[in-house]
Design a protein around this ligand. Structure first.
Ligand code: FMN
Length: 337
C-alpha cells in the first residue's frame, strides 16, 4: 500500500546510517580576512525567476499521503516554515491524486501557512491533468517533478515504465503558470541530464545529490534480496551543482546539514538549498521549537559566511574561490567540472 510505504520511508530515512562521506566537508571556501560589512546590511532574501523568498533555505519534499501521521508531520513542518519565513515542499502528491481521502494530509500545509511559499510535488509519471490537481490542492507557488529512477528500481513494488517521462515533463512545463522544478531525490544530476532537461524547456532544477538521505538504502531495508551495489550510486551534491551550471536556476539538496554547507552550495553555483531528512529528524526528536532554533542557527551561519566573504546579498556568493579535496576532487577532475 502506498500509504504504508510513506510511513516506511519516514522510519527508514530516520534510522538508516549517515552517508560515509560528507561531500561538503571536501569543499573549502578560500578565507578572506578583510570583512568590512555591518551585520545589518546582510540580506539573505532571494529571487529565483518568478519566485521570491526571504531565505535560500527551504524544507524539501517529504511527506503526505500516509494518513493522520503524515498530516500531523506536514502540519508541524508548515508551522515551523511559517514561523521561520522559509519555503516548504510537500512529498509526492500522487497518493492524493489517486485517493481523495489523502488530500487533507497535504492541504494542511496551506491551511497552516496561508501566505507562505509552498511547492507541490508529483512524479514524472504524472501528466498535466494530475499536475494541475496537485497545484490546485495547495494553491502552490511552484511545482516539483521528482525523478527517482533508482529508488523505483530498488523498491520491490516500484515503477518499471518510464517511457512517458519526457513527454509529461515537457507538457507540464508548457502548461503550468508557475515555476516547474525538476528534482532528483538523492542520486544527483549529470551535465547530460541537464542538457536534456533544457531541451524540454526546463529552467529550474533541484539536483538532489548523493551525500544525504539515501533512498537505495531506504528501499533495500524494505526488500529481502538486496541490491547493495546501488547503495553507493549517484553523483555527489557539490559535483551535481557544478554539472548544472548551464541551467537558469539551480537548487541544491542532498546532504546539506548547516548554513556553512548551504553557503558552499551557493558558492558552487546554486541559488537556493533544501534540507529534508535533517529537518524531519530534528522535528521528530526535538519538536517544533528545536527545529525553529536549528533554522535560526543555519541562517546565522550563512550570514557569518557572507560577512567573512564580503557578500551583502546571496547572489554575491556565487563564484567565490574554493578548493576541492578527496573524492569530490576526483569527480571534478575526471568530469572536468
Ligand atoms: N522527494 C520527493 O521529491 N518526493 C517525495 O515524496 C519525497 N519523499 C521523501 C521522504 C522522506 C522521509 C525523505 C527524508 C525524503 C524524501 N524526498 C522526497 C527526498 C528529499 O526531498 C530530498 O531530495 C532528499 O532527501 C535529499 O535531501 P536530504 O539529504 O536533505 O534529506
Amino acid at each position: 500500500m502506498r500509504s504504508e510505504r510513506k510511513l516506511d520511508h519516514i522510519r527508514h530515512a530516520l534510522s538508516h546510517s549517515e552517508s560515509p562521506i560528507h561531500y561538503f566537508d571536501e569543499v573549502d571556501i578560500v578565507h578572506q580576512s578583510l570583512g568590512k560589512l555591518d551585520w545589518n546590511q546582510i540580506d539573505i532574501s532571494i529571487k529565483l525567476g518568478e519566485l521570491s523568498a526571504s531565505s535560500p533555505l527551504f524544507v524539501n519534499a517529504m511527506t503526505g499521503g500516509g494518513g493522520e501521521k503524515t498530516k500531523e508531520i506536514n502540519g508541524r513542518l508548515a508551522k515551523v516554515a511559517r514561523a521561520a519565513g522559509i519555503s516548504m515542499a510537500v512529498g509526492s502528491q500522487m497518493a492524493a491524486i489517486r485517493n481523495k481521502e489523502e488530500r487533507e494530509t497535504y492541504e494542511i500545509v496551506r491551511k497552516e501557512n496561508p501566505d507562505g511559499v509552498v511547492f507541490a510535488n508529483v512524479g514524472s509519471e504524472a501528466g498535466w491533468k494530475e499536475a494541475e490537481i496537485a497545484i490546485d490542492m495547495l494553491e502552490a507557488d511552484a511545482l516539483q517533478i521528482h525523478l527517482n529512477t533508482v529508488q523505483e528500481l530498488v523498491m520491490p513494488e516500484g515503477d518499471r515504465d518510464f517511457s512517458n517521462r519526457l513527454e509529461n515533463i515537457k507538457e507540464i512545463i508548457l502548461k503550468a503558470h508557475i515555476p516547474v522544478i525538476v528534482k532528483e531525490v538523492g542520486f544527483g544530476m549529470s551535465s547530460e541530464t541537464i542538457k536534456e532537461l533544457k531541451s524540454l524547456g526546463c529552467r529550474y532544477v533541484d539536483v538532489g545529490g548523493k551525500g544525504g538521505t539515501n533512498f537505495s538504502k531506504v528501499e533495500n531495508e524494505r526488500r529481502e534480496d538486496r541490491m547493495e551495489g546501488f547503495n553507493s550510486w549517484g553523483i555527489p551534491t557539490p559535483i551535481s551543482i557544478m554539472e548544472s551550471r548551464s541551467m537558469d536556476y539551480v537548487i541544491a539538496s542532498g546532504g546539506i546539514r548547516s548554513g556553512v554547507d548551504g553557503a558552499k552550495a551557493l558558492i558552487l553555483g546554486a541559488e537556493a538549498f533544501g534540507m529534508a531528512g535533517p529537518m524531519l529528524k530534528t522535528l521528530i526528536e526535538g519538536g517544533e521549537s528545536v527545529l525553529n532554533r536549528r533554522i535560526d542557527h543555519i541562517h546565522h551561519e550563512l550570514k557569518s559566511v557572507m560577512m567573512v566573504m564580503g557578500c551583502k546579498e546571496i547572489e554575491e556568493l556565487k563564484g567565490k574561490p574554493y578548493v576541492l579535496h578527496g573524492e569530490t576532487n576526483n569527480w571534478a577532475v575526471q568530469l572536468r567540472a
